[in-house]
Structure formats: C-alpha cells, structure tokens
Design a protein around this ligand. Structure first.
Ligand SMILES: C=C(O[C@@H]1C=C(C(=O)O)C=C[C@H]1O)C(=O)O
Length: 377
C-alpha cells in the first residue's frame, strides 16, 4: 500500500501542475480574446486549433498516446472557447446544464446565403423556396466551401442537402456539421425530379456519355440500368453538368438534372422524370452561425458518441423515452481513426427553452461522450 500511496502522491503533484497550467492557459486565451474583439475576429480559429493539435502530438514522447492527447486538447480548446464566449457576451448565450453554452441569435434581416453547385441546382431551388428571391446569393463548388464561407463571415446562411428519401443521408454534410461549430436554423423539403437533358438534335439513342452528381445517378438507377452501355461521369453538381453539356454541344452527351437547369442552360428534355421512386424528396438544412430560438422551434439536432459497452446506445435513447421526448431520426457515422466507433446524429422533438428538455440533455450528457447540439428549428 505504501508504494501505491507514493505513486498517488506523485500523481497529485502532477495534477497540481496541470491545474496551474490550465489556469495560466485560460488567462492567455482571455488575452487572445481581447485582441480578437479589437480586430473583430471570431472566437473560433480553426487553423490555430489544428496547429495546436499538431504541435502537442509532436511534443509527445510516446506516440501511442496520439489519439488521447488530441482528444484531451480538443476538450481543452472547446472549454477555452466556452470560457471566452461567456466573457464575450453573456446575454447572447444559452447555458444548458453546467457546461453546454450555445450562441443564440435573432434571424438576420439582410443576409447573404450560400449553396453548393451552380445556379439551377436543387440546393438553389431549396434556397429560393425557403428565403424567397430577394436575397444575395453565393454559390460554391464544394459543400465545405459553404461552411467556410459562414465561418469566415462571407455568408450568413448556407443551404445544404442532408437526406434524400430514396438514397438516405448525405454523409459529407453530416461530417461537416460535426467539424464546424455552425447551427441548423431551419429545413426545407423539396420534391426532386430528374430529367435526361441534352442539346438540340440529340435523342435517347444518340447518347453515349451521361454527366451528373452521384446522387442523380443513384436516384435514377433503374432507368440507367436500361442503358448499360452509357458511360456515367460523376460531376460536382447536377446543374453544373447541365451547364457543361450546353458548352460541349454534342448530341452524344447528356446530363441528369432538374427542369430548372434545362431552362436556365437552354437544354432539351430527352426523357422526363427518370428518378426510380416517383416519391423522391430531399431534405435541405439551413445553417447559420447561431442557434435561432423561437416558440416555434420544435426539432433539436444532436451529435454524440458512446462508450464501448453493452447497451450504451439503448441507454442513451432510453433517456428520451423517460422524459417523454419523441425521437424522429437516428443516423450514425464512423469516427475517423477509431474503427467501429460511431458518432450518432439524433433529432428529437422539443424546444431548448423547455426545462424538461434541458433536464433530459443534462442526463444524456452524463451518459455519453462529447455531446454537440447543432440546432433547434
Ligand atoms: C485561444 C484562442 O481561442 C480559441 C481557442 C484556442 C486554444 O484554446 O488554444 C485556439 C484557437 C481558438 O479557436 C486563440 O484564438 O488563440
């Protein structure tokens, strides 16, 4: 026992140093905050955080601890941000339990909105359906560019597809929601109709190559299976492929895209409604920099991971049942570098201002790892 006491005394000493250095680190983060406030920079500096993560791994002598040190530093930096946020402006934050701080904002009146793809893309249609036609619109090549535009302040809202009723979740967008500290403020469901488009003079028989987004191909699989000789070329976006077909102007090439894209780029519809399921819908999310709470907010989106023990998912979901909260969606994504471990994306019905919901979230937090609330809309 004496030996164990001796070891624990040493651990106590290290803890004292860790606490001392943690406090020093937080003080410095608050000094950094003052400068960021002067310069009008956001609290979160993802590039800097990545550098910190790389540096601490380099300091490690035992590289087997790489994942653990990164996990520890992700938590330290998140706390550092939360402490900075508390200081920044308390009235703009919602505190749930003891440690979940959410930035709260009002819907912006004058706004710039970003979508992925070219004009005429389904994302563009969802944007117009949700926001109307009067807003300033930006479009980007990649989903991640939309997230970056928000973080960098170049756009106020982003419109992104999250799920298709025939082919399921859009995984890349799920992963980006975890990576960036942005929030879902709304959603829009759009019926998706795909058409085979080409230039004047083309017929179904003249086609050799077809361009579309991978989702376009997946959602039209039965039709494409009838043309096994067609070469399918995956493109960034359905509307971008329509634009390309117009530019190439060849009767052997076609795109799979919307009617709107056909009209916008002056293409002929060779075949209408080629999606496999006539009930084909895509749910788009509207992402912003803050949680926008109102009495009408009725769906909460959460991400969490679990300890690897029997029944952990069941137990976590049981907490919602116990508090009478309806679960409306469950999706899982693998955690990079941790084979067979998952992040769970859960949508439940409720409003974050409701005390019952807050109690359930607090209880959930005690039973899971890394809870992230990504919106109430
Ligand atoms: C302390 C800062 O604020 C945040 C927290 C960081 C940290 O704790 O190391 C790093 C980057 C920022 O996201 C900073 O900007 O340096």
């Amino acid at each position: 026992m004496e030996r164990l006491d001796q070891i624990r005394a040493e651990i106590d000493q290290y803890d004292q140093q860790i606490v001392e250095y943690f406090e020093k680190r937080i003080k410095k983060a608050l000094e950094a905050l003052e400068i960021k406030q002067e310069l009008g920079l956001p609290i979160l500096q993802q590039d800097r955080e990545q550098l910190v993560l790389d540096k601490v791994v380099r300091h490690l002598q035992d590289k087997e601890l790489t994942q653990e040190i990164q996990e520890l530093y992700r938590i330290i930096m998140k706390l550092s941000r939360q402490i900075q946020a508390k200081k920044w402006n308390l009235s703009d934050l919602l505190l749930i339990g003891e440690s979940i701080l959410l930035p709260i904002g009002e819907p912006l009146s004058k706004k710039t909105i970003a979508f992925q793809g070219e004009p005429g893309a389904f994302g563009h249609q969802a944007l117009k359906k949700y926001f109307g036609n009067k807003e300033t619109v930006l479009h980007f090549e990649k989903f991640e560019d939309v997230f970056k535009a928000l973080v960098e302040g170049n756009a106020d809202y982003g419109v992104l597809p999250i799920e298709n009723s025939s082919t399921g979740g859009i995984h890349e967008v799920y992963d980006l929601l975890l990576k960036y500290d942005l929030y879902i403020v709304g959603e829009e469901i759009l019926p998706i109709e795909h058409h085979l488009l080409s230039v004047e003079g083309a017929t179904e028989e003249s086609i050799v190559e077809v361009y579309s987004h991978i989702q376009g191909f997946r959602q039209c699989k039965s039709f494409l299976d009838q043309h096994p000789d067609w070469k399918l070329i995956t493109y960034d976006n359905t509307a971008a492929s329509a634009k390309l077909i117009k530019e190439l102007n060849e009767t052997s090439k076609a795109a799979i895209a919307s009617k709107e894209a056909a009209e916008l780029y002056g293409l002929k519809v060779l075949k209408n409604n080629i999606q496999t399921n006539q009930e084909n819908w895509t749910r788009f999310i509207i992402v912003g920099r803050k949680v926008e709470l109102s009495e009408e907010s009725k769906k909460i989106s959460l991400i969490y991971s679990l300890r690897h023990n029997v029944g952990s998912l069941y137990d976590s979901l049981g907490i919602f049942t116990k508090h009478g909260i309806n679960l409306v969606k469950l999706e899982s994504r693998p955690i990079p570098n941790q084979p067979w471990k998952y992040h769970f994306y859960v949508d439940v019905e409720g409003n974050l201002l409701d005390k019952q919901i807050q109690r359930a979230i607090e209880e959930l937090q005690e039973n899971i790892i890394n809870l992230k609330i990504i919106g109430n809309y």
